[in-house]
Design a protein around this ligand. Sequence first.
Ligand code: 5GP
Length: 142
Amino acid sequence: MAYDPNNIFAKILRGEADAHVVLDEEHCLGFMDLMPQSPGHTLIIPREPAENIFDLSSEGLGQLISTTQRVARAVKAAFNPPGMMIVQLNGADAGQTVFHIHFHVIPRYEGEGLTLHARSVASPAELREHAARIRAELESTP
Ligand code: 5GP
């Protein structure tokens, strides 16, 4: 399937749709998931248009995973969860719903059930506050 430039993450990259951004760099963008599975659920995407891990260049994947590690460290510092899940889905049959490759950074807490997709949209105020906490951690880390 060809990459669809009208997917929601492509629109966020072009500034045509809003997001609570935590990191905005040359190769990658990080922002809050609109329907978080737990507080602090963050997504990291490359600017390179690629639907999944098979389509992304090796260089792009390297930049994406190292950026994901940086963002995950900042989420860990901001929310102090006992566990952290980092997930990347390829294809509708694997559960992918937005067809621009992304890594999920999902804080995990004891006793919290595992659901791969949340159904409710978080409040803008909550997402704004969570994004600010993660940005502050990223800005304080060289
Ligand atoms: P996937 O299922 O493709 O791995 O994950 C897509 C993720 O994107 C889901 O966790 C979903 O909540 C999130 N999402 C869907 N639409 C939007 C949106 O418009 N903005 C943001 N920030 N996240 C979205």
